[in-house]
Design a protein around this ligand. Structure first.
Ligand code: GP9
Ligand code: MN
Length: 723
């Protein structure tokens, strides 16, 4: 029987036809992997569309390379090899994903022998019969050739056509990329998570792009030398502020819980929203109380300093006292490889802390699952550790009340003292999910829907924190814990701010850059139940605005402040921030774009404002200009030092004799089976176990958690909460 008859589609017997046949097969495999193996969290038809088209352009382009080879046999063989490599790459990702819920990066492939070894092992262990589907064609196609069911096209192939195919592939690719950039602006620059890149652009593209970035950053890193560190060390020494000796170590040895308030701006504190009847509603009554509490250090001139890495930049600023990158996210670009001297690592090596993160989104978002290893986080409880359904979650994962509640079964097994971080998500754009749900907090009435919903989600977050505090008290953790609460970055963008103006008692017509920058304030508080804060004697009122500290600072200053309160001098680490409670703190806050706010002047590009009055200084005096020049230099220096440390990975040259820290081995961490690991440690330690569970005579405290979450109500109550 002739091949043409068998297939009835002759095109397979032409060189181009055979290539497209392979394209179709690879498309099929990719789409099956997307739907059956990867968990890509598809939210809309538009995203399905991306999944269906994204393998096409790259596959045509890569297989098309073989069309440039003249001799038919060599051309077919090259095409076959490229096809096999693509299949192996796809299958390696399928296999890796099963174990790690993430995609294979070049750093993972090159960096760690044990990962590659583990991968082989995992592939064997996790092999499912239907995996054969990925390989069956690699056997069938050669057989078809041998049995002459398909034949090789012996005609020569025109170079012009090869070029045309490459050009078509590039065009398709360009279209795919532009669609993706519309759906997810700055997708490639910010690289939110590997999942996103695969969802929009496909696995093969992900590997190529990841490789390109890896080699680009690797080059800068390999050119760096220990000499580069000298400048940074001098800078840090010169800017060390020391600490207030009355405050040093006042919460030494306590547990630390950091609550990351998503997109939470300072203006929400003590804000009252008027409803349509003119009745006022306090948005965050609980946080307001904590903010004014006698047992809290609170700051009202505290600014976020994030750039495109948003949440991940905030985390980096807090954990490392370093800035993020000028563009993109440090976590995604350097997090998996760089050496850090991060809070969890310092606390563990210096004072024996156990560390953990709770976050109800996928572990790969912002490359957390890799970065946390380098930061020294012992445990990472991400979405796989929580019961998540449509009702209790949204685009960014599990809602806050549920996150806190569901975390307790893990928290109670952590050895104390612990350093724990909760990354909340509910108060994330687009705000509004809670309309008429939860406790029905009113919406604002501006023409911008985003602004209108912001107060209700902030209120929800406030209640979530309140419920968590109630649990901390009920379980007894409260008294020996210091609780850090901070807003990670703005929630309402500058372009929307004029619509917010009226709610803040301002005129939208005169709203300007100064007003925008003042709204970059976020709350920062360290709550220390029963701590002996000097000056706040027993008779002092429980809450007062007098306790609020007006020092100018930002997220980069958190770690030095916290370490000093915990009784650890930050002098030996390379941190770029300064202790906010030190009288020597420079009264200046640098932003990543080198704008700044200082106590007297605010400089935004070429504009100078009076920080106190907001007045624009049109004709500044010589004296003012020379002060501004000095401030500018300070800011430049701080940002430059940060870039040196991060892009050249200089901390790897800072030895143990200087920092007291042994290097981290990221292979020790894997964030799998966390509860089993925790329980094993409890068992090993027996009566020396310091977990809450052990201290509580092996009785769980989960029941002590009370929540009024609408997501948690029984189904029969559902109708009550429908909008
Ligand atoms: C995602 C969450 C939100 O996991 O942290 O990140 P953001 O969009 O604010 O950077
Ligand atoms: Mn955020």
């Amino acid at each position: 029987m002739k091949a043409q008859n068998l297939f009835n589609f002759r095109f397979v017997n032409t060189r181009l036809g055979f290539m497209f046949f392979l394209v179709i097969l690879f498309w099929l495999k990719s789409v099956c992997a997307y739907f059956f193996n990867f968990d890509l969290n598809i939210e809309s038809n538009f995203q399905y569309f991306f999944l269906l088209i994204n393998p096409i352009a790259m596959t045509i382009f890569l297989l098309g390379i073989a069309l440039y080879i003249k001799p038919p046999l060599a051309s077919y063989i090259t095409m076959g090899i490229i096809y096999c490599l693509l299949t192996i790459l796809l299958f390696s990702n399928v296999s890796y994903y099963r174990e790690f819920s993430d995609f294979l990066t070049i750093a993972t492939i090159l960096g760690s022998k044990s990962v590659s070894a583990g991968l082989g092992e995992a592939a064997v262990n996790l092999f499912r019969p239907y995996d054969l589907f990925f390989f069956v064609d690699l056997i069938v196609i050669p057989l078809l050739f041998f049995t002459k069911k398909i034949s090789m096209d012996q005609r020569s192939f025109r170079l012009r056509v090869s070029f045309a195919i490459s050009a078509i592939a590039c065009m398709l690719f360009g279209a795919n990329l532009s669609f993706a950039e519309v759906a997810r602006p700055e997708l490639l620059k910010r690289m939110f998570s590997n999942d996103y890149i695969v969802k929009y652009m496909g696995v093969s593209f992900f590997t190529v792009y990841d490789g390109y970035r890896f080699f680009k950053t690797d080059q800068v890193r390999s050119e760096a030398s220990p000499k580069d560190l000298v400048k940074v060390k001098d800078y840090v020494k010169e800017h060390y502020t020391g600490y207030d000796p009355n405050l040093f170590g006042i919460v030494r040895g306590r547990n630390v819980i950091t609550i990351h308030l998503e997109s939470f701006e300072q203006f929400l504190i003590n804000y009252k929203l008027k409803d349509q009847q003119g009745e006022e509603h306090e948005v965050t009554p609980f946080l307001n109380k904590i903010f004014a509490s006698k047992e809290t250090f609170s700051f009202d001139n505290f600014f976020h300093q994030v750039s495109q890495g948003k949440t991940s930049d905030a985390e980096n600023l807090l954990e490392n006292s370093l800035f993020g990158l000028e563009s993109g996210s440090l976590f995604t670009q350097y997090g998996g490889e760089n050496t850090f001297q991060a809070a969890p690592n310092i606390l563990q090596q210096h004072s024996g802390y156990t560390s953990a993160v709770f976050h109800g989104n996928g572990g790969g978002f912002w490359n957390r699952n890799e970065t946390y290893k380098q930061l020294g986080y012992d445990y990472f409880f991400h979405d796989k550790y929580f019961k998540i359904n449509e009702k209790n979650s949204f685009q960014y994962g599990l809602h806050d009340k549920e996150l806190f509640k569901q975390s307790i079964k893990y928290l109670e097994h952590l050895q104390q003292p612990f350093y724990v971080k909760y990354i909340t998500v509910s108060n994330h754009f687009p705000y509004g999910e809670f309309h008429g749900k939860d406790d029905g907090f009113p919406f604002a009435d501006t023409k911008d829907k985003t602004i209108n919903g912001y107060f209700a989600t902030a209120h929800y977050l406030d209640t979530a924190v309140k419920e968590f505090f109630a649990y901390l008290k009920a379980s007894g953790l409260y008294d020996h814990t210091a609780i850090v609460i901070y807003g990670d970055h703005y929630g309402i963008s500058n372009k929307r701010n004029p619509d917010l103006a009226e709610l803040l008692g301002k005129d939208p017509e005169t709203w300007n850059d100064y007003d925008n920058v003042m709204l970059q304030r976020v709350p920062f508080m360290i709550h220390m139940p029963n701590a002996n804060i000097p000056g706040r004697i027993e008779e002092s009122p429980a809450e007062s605005l007098d306790y609020i500290n007006h020092s100018f600072g930002g997220e980069v200053d958190v770690l030095p402040t916290l370490l000093h309160l915990l009784g650890i001098d930050n002098q030996r680490y390379l941190q770029l921030g300064q202790d906010l409670l030190s009288p020597k703190k420079d009264q200046i806050v640098a932003f990543r774009n080198k704008n700044f706010v200082a106590s007297d002047y605010t400089v935004l590009g070429s504009k100078i404002y009076n920080t106190q009055t907001g007045e624009l200084l049109e004709n500044p005096t010589e004296e003012t200009l020379s002060i501004i020049e000095q401030l500018k230099q300070k800011v430049n220096q701080q940002i430059t030092m940060s870039d040196l440390l991060t892009t050249k990975d200089l901390l790897r040259f800072y030895g143990k004799n200087e920092s007291g820290l042994s290097p981290i081995n990221p292979e020790k961490y894997n964030y799998q089976k966390e509860l089993e690991r925790l329980k094993k440690i409890e068992k090993q330690k027996k009566q020396n176990s310091t977990s809450l569970y052990s201290k509580n005579n092996k009785r769980s405290t989960v029941k002590l958690y009370k929540t009024k979450s609408y997501q948690n109500y029984q189904d029969e109550d559902e109708s009550e909460f429908l909008p």
